[in-house]
Design a protein around this ligand. Structure first.
Ligand SMILES: Cc1ncc(COP(=O)(O)O)c(C=O)c1O
Length: 396
């Protein structure tokens, strides 16, 4: 079996060869200054990518889900109230985690395909005069629906209400691919993982804590052991972890940050935007719709594409894998069978994206959908042929 084809799942992403090699390194003593030379620059690189001067960066051997748990268990106590909107599978899972930890969640049910309702957040926060709500959850990029939300607007909602709740942002499928402004947006905890924008294998939960979130670690009483940020901070002070770190992945993370910062964050974001625009042009040419309801919420990392009524979108994913050896994302939860997803993040170029668009066309035509072969490719080519800076080829 050949693994030559790129993947078009919304993470784990395609990996640059240099990062694969960076993860594959000889064993070193993980309690030594040598380890510190990997760990500390990796944390500093993440801080820069979050656009923060002062966030405390913690990196656990885990995944994004462990990052959610780190955020909650280090700052909250059972019975605390959390405000969250459910607009897709990942916001749903974070809400579910809160409930399993005994937190009370005020859930704003939001149509899948729409962004976070900042206005509704403001009304609820304004009405919460007793400041019972301790945390507001915000999923920056709903990977299930291909919807990005306006985190600055959520911050404005908190400020307009004069509410002191902490702002926790899931940036698992946005950070390092789409603009993220930890300090400017007043984010208190940001969560991501290694396998999306950082272009690495899964295995690291990456979180940033603001000073205010660090303060909350002193009052929250939820049980925490593996994800205790204080144990982790003590370890870091001695060039170590409280347990055995994933050294190779951290080495990869260090190099990934250098690669992204070397390309330039604005260039990384522009590359993702252009590639996404090509995919969206293809979707229009196919006569299909995105799950995302309007251009201001279009995600630059993943497009969830609605298929015609009565057609099982999962068939596209299955046939693409079986016949062409190409991976797309299936629909999840409420949109299972109704959408398929093209992931377009991480180590990707225009030319790689064209192969994903072309294969999707072949599969849809094979399955009898009324798709003109070449229509989506031509529409994307128009986007990709427009003048583009030479950095567009940097990250593959
Ligand atoms: C937005 C979002 N949040 C959280 C997660 C969970 O992350 P993980 O699968 O790394 O635990 C994902 C995974 O795809 C995601 O896309």
């Amino acid at each position: 079996m050949s693994f030559q084809n790129p993947v078009f799942i919304p993470g784990p992403t395609n990996m640059p060869e240099a990062l694969r090699k960076a993860c594959d390194m000889p064993t070193i003593d993980h309690r030594s200054p040598l380890f510190g030379q990997i760990l500390h620059p990796a944390r500093e690189g993440v801080r820069k990518i979050l656009k923060s001067d002062s966030a405390e960066i913690f990196i656990f051997p885990s995944t994004g889900t462990g990052g959610w748990e780190t955020a909650l268990t280090n700052t909250l106590s059972a019975g605390d109230k959390v405000l969250a909107a459910r607009n897709g599978m990942f916001s749903h899972r974070w809400i579910d985690m809160c409930q399993r930890h005994g937190l009370k969640v005020e859930v704003v049910e939001t149509p899948w395909g729409e962004g976070l309702p900042a206005d509704r957040y403001e009304e609820i926060l304004t009405a919460d005069t007793g400041h019972e709500i301790k945390v507001v959850l915000a999923t920056h990029n709903e990977t299930a629906t291909g919807v990005k939300s306006d985190i600055a607007a959520v911050r404005r909602a908190l400020d307009a209400a004069g509410h002191p709740a902490l702002l926790f942002v899931d940036g698992v499928s946005s950070i390092a691919s789409m603009d993220f402004r930890f300090d400017e947006w007043g984010v208190d905890v940001a969560v991501t993982g290694s396998q999306k924008g950082f272009m690495l294998p899964a295995g690291l939960a990456i979180v940033g804590f603001s000073a205010k979130a660090m303060q909350a670690t002193g009052t929250g009483t939820l049980p925490r052991t593996f994800f205790d940020v204080h144990d982790m901070a003590k370890g870091y002070a001695n060039n170590a972890y409280p347990y055995t770190p994933a050294v190779g992945l951290l080495n990869g993370l260090n190099d990934a940050c250098a690669m992204l910062l070397g390309e330039g964050l604005d260039n990384v974001f522009a590359r993702h935007h252009r590639i996404a625009e090509g995919v969206r042009a293809a979707v229009r040419a196919w006569g299909l719709d995105l799950c995302a309801r309007s251009p201001e919420v279009y995600s630059d990392t993943v497009s969830a594409i609605r298929t015609p009524e009565g057609f099982n979108a999962t068939d596209i994913v299955t046939l693409a894998a079986e016949k062409y050896g190409v991976a797309y994302g299936t629909g999840l939860g409420e949109v299972a069978g109704k959408v398929f997803r093209i992931g377009h993040l991480g180590s990707l170029t225009d030319v790689m994206a064209l192969s994903g668009i072309a294969t999707a066309e072949m599969v849809m035509a094979d399955l009898g959908l009324d798709i003109q072969l070449g229509s989506g490719v031509a529409a994307a080519q128009d986007v990709y042929r427009s003048p583009q800076p030479t950095h567009s080829r940097a990250a593959a």
